[in-house]
Design a protein. Structure first.
Length: 602
């Protein structure tokens, strides 16, 4: 009975639906068969064939994203990492490569692959504020991923792929919006900052609804195995059991693990760690050249005048360096350019009360500036640029010095472009394009030096040096990074008998920062500055000393203090050796598993 009803329904449809058959194609085919051709245009057939070929998926392990990359050729360890996250870790992993091995590239590959496979649409990427634009730029330019930097509230909902800082995302009114959304993928850079589960950052990330999650950090554990447990629990709750069972199964002391082999196996399921020492990646050399300069008599007179002025304020403040630390900047500005110190002095003059005895002293210094007709450092810089005869990036601390250098180089027929904080993204990209394709020199300020990649350049001039060694390392990292094909040459300018000479002596001789690995450097500095900041320590040392010899003696003491801290950190690293062995063995465990898998297939 049911079959008869279906037939009746079809018959009813046929009565109401009018079907028209296109016979031209059939007739054309029939005519071709009678003539035995021609069947079709050969070039069109080849194009159609190639189009079909590109759409074929030969293996689940094959990365489809590789045909969509724009001017990027990933390294083998990056490809292996992306495949492992995709096929074995189900999109939840800690990318724990050592510094400089391209964790950002690995995250981009994984994200692109999931997007192409239709598994990911809504994405949140949380990074340090200074790296937001760099992430957006790399995702857009290298991976063709239309990511945007979060600026307005509506962007959280309106845009599918948003890059923002953690501080912005967790702050009202953004917090409520972000927590109300569901994300296909969450990516967090500098994830070691989530190591403490009591912090608001940890709790915020824990509340986010996410299907896939990537945590990027070169230091998944620093001081305590509990940090590693917290990270993995955030990524994959329950993977290491409860806190009590983790302590019982894997912890002897906070930095000493037990049952290392079992711990390695559990870590290798959620963490990938590539190391420089594996031999897969080689970095070019750093060649550092320190160039001492002697100020002209007019420049020296201004420096001495400013130093006397600052020391006078220091004595009046009863040796309180905190209250006059900003004035120490005057000494550094003199060493940079007359333009930099002129602007600061004029602003100081305006802020000083009209009846203050300081006003005439400040104006005397302004009058000294009028007598300076040249810039010793700028002259040496131009000489170096001509000698190098290749692309050069020049870093300066001060906007006024940047403007002076741009004009000075232009007067001497050297093409130069600026790069600084405050420029919008479009202008920054334009300046980078000009430097890459037309200009010989890029003059960058400190803010402009964050988050730019300049592997096509391998000469860098530090026109003036920051006090903080990490900021020097960040500058160098713009050119000395994965993908750099040439040895990187670094030129440090310093004026003798000034505060600059002491900074360079501290950085180069006492701290030996140009040879330290960045992971060591930031750990040592963090420990050193628990007592007092390096900047305050150095400023007080210079202002309290009564002679050049006393300054040098104090610098030696400071250097010894730093060496002691360095030794403490190295001693702890040795005690921490078992834990580090476990972490480093994760990469080897993965490599061995791949090898055995290939052998089994063979």
């Amino acid at each position: 009975m049911q079959l008869n009803e279906q037939k009746e329904h079809v018959r009813s449809l046929n009565e109401h639906v009018q079907a028209h058959f296109e016979r031209e194609w059939f007739e054309d085919l029939h005519a071709k068969t009678q003539r035995n051709g021609p069947w079709d245009d050969w070039s069109m057939y080849r194009l159609a064939y190639e189009a079909e070929q590109t759409g074929l998926i030969r293996s689940f392990d094959e990365l489809l994203c590789l045909t969509h990359l724009q001017g990027l050729v990933p390294m083998q360890h990056q490809l292996d990492t992306a495949k492992k996250v995709l096929t074995e870790m189900r999109g939840r992993a800690i990318l724990a490569d050592e510094v400089g091995l391209g964790k950002t590239i690995e995250a981009g590959l994984i994200l692109k692959e999931y997007i192409i496979r239709g598994l990911v649409k809504k994405v949140l990427i949380l990074v340090p504020a200074s790296l937001v634009l760099q992430w957006v730029r790399e995702l857009n330019q290298k991976f063709g991923i239309s990511a945007v930097a979060q600026k307005k509230e509506y962007m959280w909902v309106q845009n599918d792929i948003v890059v923002a800082s953690m501080d912005t995302a967790k702050r009202d009114p953004h917090r409520e919006i972000v927590l109300g959304l569901e994300y296909d993928m969450l990516i967090i850079d500098e994830a070691h900052k989530l190591k403490n589960k009591k912090t608001t950052n940890y709790q915020f990330i824990n509340e986010l609804r996410k299907k896939y999650c990537l945590l990027l950090t070169a230091t998944p554990v620093q001081n305590d195995l509990k940090e590693l447990y917290n990270l993995i629990t955030l990524l994959k709750p329950g993977h290491l059991g409860g806190q009590g069972s983790f302590q019982a199964n894997f912890v002897v002391d906070k930095r000493i693990p037990k049952n290392e082999e079992q711990l390695q196996q559990e870590l290798s399921k959620v963490m990938i760690r590539n190391r420089r020492s594996d031999g897969n990646v080689s970095f070019t050399k750093r060649i550092v050249r320190n160039i001492p300069l002697t100020l002209s008599s007019d420049e020296q007179a201004l420096y001495d005048g400013v130093t006397d002025f600052v020391k006078g304020r220091y004595e009046e403040a009863g040796g309180d360096i905190g209250s006059i630390l900003s004035l120490v900047t005057l000494q550094r500005e003199v060493c940079s350019s007359r333009d930099a110190v002129f602007i600061t002095l004029v602003n100081l003059f305006k802020k000083t009360a009209e009846d203050s005895p300081l006003r005439p002293k400040i104006w005397e210094l302004v009058e000294l500036i009028r007598g300076i007709k040249a810039n010793t450092k700028a002259e040496k810089t131009m000489e170096l640029v001509r000698e190098i005869d290749d692309k050069v990036i020049i870093f300066t601390e001060y906007r006024a010095s940047q403007e002076y250098l741009l004009n000075y180089l232009k007067e001497h027929k050297i093409t130069a472009v600026p790069y600084r904080g405050g420029m919008n993204r479009g202008k920054k990209d334009w300046m980078m394009d000009l430097f890459r394709n037309r200009a010989q020199v890029l003059v960058a300020t400190e803010a402009g030096g964050e988050g730019i990649n300049l592997q096509f350049c391998h000469h860098m001039i530090n026109f003036d040096l920051p006090w903080n060694p990490m900021r020097v390392e960040q500058r160098i990292g713009r050119v000395h990074r994965l993908g750099q094909q040439e040895d990187v040459k670094i030129y440090n300018l310093s004026t003798q008998g000034t505060i600059e000479e002491y900074i360079l002596s501290l950085l180069h001789e006492k701290i030996n920062m140009f040879e330290l690995v960045i992971g060591e450097l930031d750990t040592i500095l963090e420990r050193f500055e628990k007592k007092t900041s390096l900047e305050s320590h150095l400023a007080k040392l210079i202002l309290a000393s009564r002679s050049q010899d006393e300054i040098r003696d104090q610098l030696e003491d400071l250097g010894r203090s730093f060496t002691m801290v360095k030794s403490e950190v190295e001693q702890e690293a040795q005690e921490n050796g078992r834990l580090q062995t476990v972490l480093n063995a994760v990469g080897q465990t993965i490599h061995d598993a791949d090898y055995l898998s290939e052998e089994a297939q063979t």
